[in-house]
Design a protein around this ligand. Structure first.
Ligand code: BV8
Length: 249
């Protein structure tokens, strides 16, 4: 009999999702067979060095993903989180490693996009805020800032994505940390879904929850890299498991 997912009026739920939650929406994961990285070494397309070396390849990689994700719809796993947020209100927070914006498309509001968003672009030189951008940069013309490069130096626009070796937004990390500390004063429950547990600092969230004496759940298609850190492990597809797991709560 699988363990019971229980929420009461003292329960605070922090969620972490990874690419597996979007797999049933048709978006390839990273490390599965013919995953996203299979066609490109990570360093080449998801690092500042790779962007510096070949910005056209990186813009092509992210433009292809913009196009692909645009035609994808949220699946029951995304909607299960929307329903849980409606039940819990400000005692719910969804941190996602996904950049496909499907949680937002499903209607989730209390979302922290830890690794950025496919549909946002920013300047690689000045600090102008990231802006919504659905452009597909595939014809080889590299986009310029148009603000800071007025002084003659061409400032390249870049995807608003956290690449390997880049810091996550401290405000995002602080929001997640504050949520955990506040939840731990009552009852903190952590649910990780669709993630291989390979990438830090996201993969380390479960360790912080444990230090705070919180309860942790993993919902994943297979045992992942840090499966032993979780109190409860439910193996299967997130789109099939999550609605039932939360529905009865
Ligand atoms: C940083 C860009 C520090 C966006 C990504 C310790 C502490 C801090 C950093 C490190 C550390 N150790 C190592 C590091 C460096 C590095 C890191 O973690 N490397 C790993 C590989 C060892 N971390 C970083 O570089 C981070 N930066 O901490 O900087 C710093 C400090 C000071 C000064 C400067 C810097 C930045 C990390 C962010 C990198 N950007 N992507 C993009 O292109 O998408 S990470 C990339 O991997 C994606 O964002 C993705 O979300 C993420 C994690 O992958 P998953 O989402 O888990 O996806 P994956 O395919 O791996 O797994 C899917 C899972 O789902 C599988 O288990 C599968 O079985 C399952 N599944 C499949 N289908 C389903 C399913 N489950 C359920 N249902 C299904 N239907």
């Amino acid at each position: 009999m699988p363990p019971q997912f229980v929420i009461d009026d003292r329960t605070h739920v922090l969620v972490l999702t990874g690419a597996g939650v979007s797999a049933e929406s048709g978006i390839p994961t990273f490390r599965g067979s013919n995953g996203l990285w299979e066609n490109h070494p990570v360093e080449e397309v998801a690092s500042p060095e790779g962007f510096h070396k070949n910005p056209m390849l990186v813009w092509k990689f992210y433009s292809e993903r913009r196009l692909k994700a645009e035609s994808c719809e949220p699946n029951p796993g995304h909607y299960a989180f929307v329903e849980l947020e409606k039940k819990l209100g400000d005692r719910f927070l969804l941190a996602t490693q996904n950049v496909d914006a499907l949680h937002l498309k499903a209607g989730s509001q209390r979302v922290v996009e830890m690794h950025g968003n496919l549909y946002k672009t920013r300047c690689s030189v000045c600090d102008r805020p990231a802006f919504d951008d659905h452009t597909l940069y595939v014809n080889g013309d590299m986009p310029g800032c148009g603000r800071c490069d007025e002084k003659g130096n061409f400032a390249l626009l870049r995807p608003h994505i956290v690449w390997f070796g880049e810091m996550l937004d401290p405000a995002d990390l602080e929001r997640i940390q504050a949520f955990m500390l506040r939840g731990a004063k009552e009852r903190l429950v952590f649910v990780a879904a669709g993630t291989s547990g390979n990438v830090y600092p996201a993969a380390g969230l479960v360790d912080t929850v444990k230090r705070l004496k919180g309860e942790s759940w993993l919902v994943n298609a297979e045992a992942n890299a840090n499966v032993s850190s979780y109190d409860h492990v439910v193996i299967g597809k997130s789109g099939e498991i999550l609605p039932g797991l939360f529905g009865a709560a």
